[in-house]
Design a protein around this ligand. Structure first.
Ligand SMILES: [Zn+2]
Length: 294
């Protein structure tokens, strides 16, 4: 008996190996889904706030519901900080077992660069009175799409780049169109030839598509818990509201519809209705330019 016990043991281990491997891969898969973005508490950034060992009932920032996720058996709130956030002390409100608690965190200052753009189509800078009706209506539709909330549990907070191309205009630029101050740049511009495929950076559901005065042909993807991505100036849209999309699925092509100076994708990432730096969801190499302090 003793003579064969060791080989037998090895044999049983080998037999069980696929099961161990499956559990191991499941664990890796879960930790991937729970991988957190960097804590980058600046206007236009993200605050990653530890909440403890069990899931809270609800977390809110400035009355907006906030995404919560689990990583290494701990729960975290992932708070989008609008570009208009004042540097200084802020509060996250957490409802936990029907008790309300406040968690304070500090938002640091960040100076974004200034850019002057010359738009030949004067109407896209100072729209006609009749354009204003359309713009106001569209602002509501776009606002509603960005406010979507779907209770998805395993949200991927790691995005693939939606289009291959040159980063032509960074997020947060303080912009002047024909010397007139306009709202800061709420997304990342990626220049690519017309017709280049635009791919879903992570799984989600299409909230809405439309053709808007400034944004041109636009698609919104809801990734869950207030994480919404927006794709503008498209030539063609390949999806419609209600469709579910997989990571890497083609949703449309790069174009130059709306207010543009050339073909590019304007890509916005919205979290708790705050437009934030899209690079925070991309691979490390893309985040290097942000110079995030550890
Ligand atoms: Zn843009």
């Amino acid at each position: 008996m003793g003579k064969y016990s060791v080989p037998l043991k090895i044999l049983t281990m080998i037999k069980r190996a696929p099961l161990f491997l499956i559990f191991f891969l499941m664990a890796v898969g879960n930790s991937y889904a729970g991988n957190l973005p960097r804590h980058y508490p600046v206007p236009g950034g993200i605050a990653v706030i530890e909440l403890g060992r069990h899931a809270p009932d609800k977390a809110t920032f400035n009355k907006n519901k906030v995404l919560v996720t689990q990583s290494n058996q701990k729960w975290y709130a992932i708070v989008g900080l609008p570009l208009s956030t004042r540097p200084g002390k802020h509060k996250l409100l957490v409802t936990d077992k029907k008790r309300l608690k406040q968690i304070s965190f500090v938002v640091n200052d960040k100076q974004y660069q200034t850019q002057h753009i010359n738009i030949k189509d004067k109407r896209k800078v100072n729209p006609y009175a009749k354009d204003m009706d359309r713009i106001i209506k569209e602002k509501k539709i776009i606002g509603n799409a960005l406010k979507s909330w779907t209770p998805v549990k395993n949200i991927s907070l790691q995005f693939d780049l939606p289009v291959q191309g040159r980063f032509s205009s960074p997020f947060g630029l303080r912009r002047f169109f024909n010397k007139q101050a306009r709202r800061p740049h709420s997304g990342l511009d990626i220049a690519a030839p017309e017709g280049t495929p635009v791919l879903a950076p992570a799984p989600g559901r299409i909230v809405n598509t439309g053709d808007y005065f400034f944004n041109g042909n636009t698609i919104f993807i809801d990734h869950g818990q207030g994480l919404i991505t927006m794709y503008c100036h498209l030539k063609r849209t390949a999806v419609k509201a209600g469709d579910t999309v997989e990571r890497g699925q083609e949703i449309g092509t790069v174009g130059m519809t709306g207010r543009v100076t050339g073909p590019h994708l304007h890509w916005s990432v919205s979290l708790n209705n705050a437009r934030i730096e899209p690079k925070l969801f991309l691979a490390q190499q893309y985040q290097d330019t942000l110079q995030i302090k550890p």
